[in-house]
Design a protein around this ligand. Sequence first.
Ligand code: PLP
Length: 422
Amino acid sequence: MSKLAKDGGTPVRSKALPPNYPGAVVYGKEEADFTSEVIYAQSPFRYYGADMKGAVESLENAMTRDLNVPYALAVTSGTAALVVAMKALGIGYGDKVIVPANTFLATAGAVVCCNAVPVYCDVDDSLNLDPHDLERVYDEEVKAVIVVPILGNPVDMDPIVAFAKKNGIAVIEDMAQSCGVRYKGRYAGTIGDIGTFSFQMNKIITSGEGGAVVTHDLTLMERAIRYHDQGIVRHRARYGIDSPDEQFAFSGQNFRMNELSGAVMVEQWKKLPAIIGNMRKQHDRIAAALASEIPGIKFRACPDPDGTIGSNLGIIFPAAGAAAAFNQAINAENVQAHALYGGKPVYMNPALFQQRSAEKDNFPYNYPFKKPVVVTENMCPRAVDLIPRTTYIPISPILSDQDGADIIEAVVKVHKALHVVV
Ligand SMILES: *Cc1c(COP(=O)(O)O)cnc(C)c1O
């Protein structure tokens, strides 16, 4: 058996794999040319300019066409998209929003920024929200549930949508990490009431920063447009919106996407099928090889394997210590693997755990809820258990077959040396 690199052996790879920025690593002439065009046209703003190129609008049109949804609105970030989505739904002070215990800080933070309070739902072996835990966290003060397909794996939407319908609450899909994921043949993000996307650099496609919301509902779209642009609607004819500002305007934000980001995103959007195709190809090859070489290896569960985009391979270890040892050893082989979020549920973040906001009197946490929101360390026991023992191996869209073979070799080598997987 070969000696582990962490113990002085030769690493499986002499060089690191490509960095985990799936969209940015395929940047090229296309993004450069369209952004140059916007620059030479001296028209970086989406709503007026000397020689407008309509980049942001083209992105929105490409999203509606390809996701098969009538409305898309580009915004400045995934966090902005979440805020716009909740404002469109009228969520605010006195409301609770269900958030999965396994997600990035922004999902819960956006709820607080909308003056509502997050309540946390447990996860299952998919590491996504467990529909069976919804009943436990639901009460009449809950107005919405945000589902988050973590790292490219779909969420089991049918039972969640059914639960939301039964209780009259909204479903928001936070697609930040999973642009292009499908569930039972439909694009995730278009299944609930509103879907939100992030185009930050760690996400599937990127303009460095950026985001979008999509919806089937024109009323929600109008409110989203208004909230993202100072309460007004500029392109009324485009959406068939004729509600007068005198009656319908409200105070909003500026979350408008600029044309340079739009130009990059138009080209990134065109590359999305190829990005997903390459990730899926390596992901499926690696998973199949590991399943045959490591009997009993446990992958993260997936409610619809056809719908995954393959951006990460999730392996669940029997214990947190085994996962940590695996991660350390395989990183020394020059193959990246990591647990998410410091191995902890999102609510263990100090601001969320201590329920602190930037506002006076700890608004909105100070709302006199009929059923107070209490955060305790073990409130979501499966998240506490599963998050630190799940390891993710990023699958870059530019992996070669040799890179894929190296990942397989490194996982098998570390597994054999540590006896950790089964
Ligand atoms: C990254 C991320 C966000 C926030 O997106 P930004 O564009 O960075 O604001 C929201 N939710 C999830 C699940 C994320 O991973």
